[in-house]
Design a binder for this molecule. Structure first.
Ligand code: MOS
Length: 757
């Protein structure tokens, strides 16, 4: 495995080092809890020990004796905030279970009190001395629990449009020469970003500043303003760096408005850093899912029938749903498709986005079933995908804007040495280690949302770009600087990028892998406005269109337009030019810009992209070794080949995809939040017991970036790849385990006790 940055291929930018690399490795990057506050009160959360019931009484006498305690806030004395609307029903909130409103408890770990003190230590000490008496009811924890309620996802939330179907599945399945029917399960998982769920707040008169790691500063600003009943422009959210998020920091959690209201009452800044274990409950997570996949095919592998039924856990309060059948029903050519998604309500905290929310569980099921079908057909699994490859999705017959799935399989297979594989299960070994090779498709919808930017160019070539994007580890600073440098023909070192601040022109949530496509398309457009002014100054008689670039796919980094910048500035007689602009993707609704300014996201793309369908694709390859005596499972190598349109920066793209592949292995072999079903309680709520892989777990991770050009998606030509890497890997691991052992495992995670052969 090489650590060198990949050389750019056609339609790729330069692999420049990360803009924020030095700040991060030298510790000068400031995260929310690092922001200086004057004389803050430190907050410590007291959370519920029961999942269902009520608080009967607080005994605060021992807690109040701790020196330095300033206040203890419970439902009995908390300010009543305005209700928070759920994000998928047009609001901003990750949950509508608002703590501190009543003695009622609806989830384990619910915030029931907040202790404020002059020091963190005093707040923590006092919090541990708060005595709570409860009346506990028996909670329902998960699918198996008596009392859980299942209902169709359709109609319960605006984000879930429909259960896709086409043709006559029942008839086609019954008549199919080959049939597969199998059930799959994925466990609850928690994102656990390195940076904890911190919130610092400070009031200056009636203006509020919030330092909080957020994937969506404009959403948080508007959401908190709504809950506090104040003008959104009185709220300023600042987070130049976010120490990992993966979806957990995408929507507003209850803690922010609670801290703001306490701070307003105390007339003092408040600083909260929720502990790691509290983070399992005060934010979101990936809930457990179940699936039934039925495939019918001809004896030469052509799919004739495909059905995917999914069940997902959500809270009593909210119908959260990832609903991945919108992807799995469209991935392969098949004339008869059916699907159905259920939401199962339990006494749990509301789940939410976690990296590739729909695709990770749903493609685990489909890509495992495809492998099962390949074995039943005695067919190579790559050939099975080739036979069913398509340039038109089967549900609506819409064309893919581009689709390099088989090119990814072919390049990946070659680099991996797939041809050396003996197809028979349990046929390859090295001493006591059974060897298995597995592969799977990965894909992720190409999504975009409206954004605005301000660009300032100086005569000496210095550029300042302002856009409320988010650096969540995705390389946002770097690619935005590259976009501006390319369009304005200046060295990238001359570009200053300012993001992570709600006073900047709005950008969408850094979620759904839309950031690079949305922010770079916007910044390029505004840079073109600057260019237009310069070119007009140079050629006043040539009219408006001089130097104008085509609207699609105009991002080629090798495209030089030879701008004589200094001459243009001299002709204009100014030293600085500034432009502001708002960009929206094709097919964005009419209210897009208004919504954008209100912190609402009008995302388009994927299967909902007008008359087209837009996805990035890849192929994952995994080698596993299973010890025939101890059943220990090792993964010596993982390889992914990906095509995602224009690659802004092959270095940061590779890092994103590599992280994704590692996470994909983690989601199959390591990660699971263990649930004590008696109490609906997370057990391993710490990084010692919640397993994640380390370097020695996957010695060799290889990423291959394919050259791909797509002129139909957005001006940057970018498909996005933040969530592409960790899709399908879980299936590839299980497919490899089947090849090694002959045992098919359909329930994640795969631990050695599940190997029975
Ligand atoms: Mo992602 S789960 O869209 O932050």
């Amino acid at each position: 495995m090489t650590t060198a940055a990949p050389a750019p291929k056609a339609n790729m930018g330069q692999p420049i080092p990360r803009y924020d690399a030095v700040a991060k490795v030298t510790g000068t990057a400031q995260y929310a809890a690092d922001m200086p506050l004057r004389d803050p009160a430190y907050a410590y959360l007291v959370t519920s020990a029961i999942a269902k019931g009520r608080v009967d009484n607080f005994d605060l006498s021992e807690a109040q004796k701790v020196r330095g305690v300033v206040d203890i806030v419970t439902h009995e004395n908390a300010e009543h905030l305005e209700p928070a609307k759920f994000f998928s029903n047009g609001g901003y909130a990750s949950t509508t279970n608002q703590p501190l409103r009543s003695p009622d408890i609806a989830e384990e770990g619910q915030i029931i009190a907040v202790v404020l003190a002059d020091t963190y230590e005093a707040a923590r000490e006092a919090a541990h001395r708060v005595k709570v008496s409860y009346t506990a009811a028996t909670p329902t924890a998960s699918f198996h629990s008596p009392g859980t309620v299942a209902a169709r996802a359709k109609g319960q939330l605006a984000m879930f449009k429909d259960d896709p179907k086409v043709g006559d599945f029942d008839k086609a399945f019954e008549e199919a020469e080959v049939q597969i029917s199998a059930e799959y399960e994925t466990p609850p998982q928690h994102h656990n970003p390195m940076e904890l769920f911190a919130t610092s707040v400070a009031w200056n008169g009636d203006s509020l500043t919030i330092y909080e790691p957020s994937q969506f500063v404009h959403g948080l600003k508007n959401g908190v303003a709504t809950q506090l009943g104040i003008d959104p422009d009185r709220v300023h959210v600042v987070n130049p760096y976010v120490g990992g998020a993966f979806g957990s920091k995408g929507s507003m959690t209850p803690r922010t408005a609670i801290m703001a209201s306490i701070s307003r009452r105390l007339r003092r800044p408040v600083k909260l850093v929720a502990t790691r274990d509290q983070g399992f409950n005060v934010s979101t997570y990936r809930a457990e899912t179940r699936h039934r996949v039925e495939l019918g095919a001809t004896s030469d592998g052509k799919l004739t029938a495909l059905r995917h039924e999914g069940w997902e856990i959500s809270s009593r309060a909210d119908a959260y749903c990832v609903g991945g059948t919108k992807t799995t029903t469209r991935l392969y050519d098949c004339p008869n498709v059916d699907s159905l998604v259920w939401i199962v309500r339990a006494d749990r905290n509301t789940p939410g986005f976690m990296r590739s929310p729909p695709e990770v569980p749903y493609l685990f099921a489909l890509e495992s079933a495809m492998d099962e079908l390949a074995y039943q057909l005695k067919m190579d699994p790559i050939e099975l995908r080739r036979v069913n490859d398509t340039n038109r999705e089967p549900i609506g017959g819409k064309p893919y804007t581009s689709r390099s799935l088989m090119a990814c399989f072919d390049e990946g297979a070659k680099a991996f040495g797939w041809a050396e594989r003996n197809r028979e299960p349990r046929s390859m070994a090295d001493g006591e280690w059974l060897i298995g090779y597995g592969c799977a498709t990965t894909c992720y919808p190409t999504q975009m949302a409206p954004a605005a930017a301000r660009v300032r160019l100086r005569r000496d070539g210095r550029v300042r770009v302002e856009i409320a994007g988010h650096e969540i580890g995705n390389g946002a600073y770097t690619v935005i600087a590259q976009a501006a440098a390319t369009r304005l023909e200046v060295p990238v070192e001359k570009v200053t990028v300012v993001i992570g601040d709600s006073d900047l022109p709005p950008a969408p949530v850094a979620g759904g892998s839309n950031s690079t496509a949305s922010t770079c398309s916007t910044v390029m457009m505004v840079c073109d406005q600057v260019r237009q002014r310069l070119l007009k100054a140079l050629m006043p008689n040539e009219g408006q269109t001089v130097g104008q670039t085509p609207s699609g796919g105009a991002s080629r980094s090798d495209q030089r337009l030879d701008l004589d910048r200094e001459a243009a500035f001299d002709a204009l007689g100014v030293s600085v030019i500034e432009e502001y602009g708002e960009w929206k993707p094709d097919g964005a609704p009419a209210d897009s810009f208004r919504a954008m300014h209100n912190g609402q996201v009008r995302m388009v793309g994927g299967p909902e992209f007008g008359g087209r369908i837009a996805y990035a694709f890849g192929a994952d390859f995994v080698e596993v070794r299973v010890n025939r005596f101890t059943h220990e499972i090792r993964v010596p190598r993982v390889l992914g080949a990906f095509a995602a349109g224009h690659i802004m920066n092959p270095r940061s793209a590779r890092s994103q995809l590599m992280g994704g592949l590692i996470w994909g292995v983690a989601s199959s072999l390591h990660e699971a939040t263990e649930l004590d079903e008696r109490y609906a309680r997370y057990v391993n709520d710490n990084l010692a017991d919640y397993l994640v892989p380390v370097n020695a777990d996957i010695p060799d991770v290889e990423v291959i970036l394919l050259s791909e050009e797509d002129t139909q998606i957005n001006p940057a030509g970018v498909k996005g790849l933040g969530e592409l890497g960790n899709v399908g890997t879980n299936a590839a691991v299980c497919n490899a385990i089947f090849h090694a052992t002959g045992q098919r495992i359909r329930r994640l995670p795969v631990r050695l006790e599940k190997i029975e052969v």
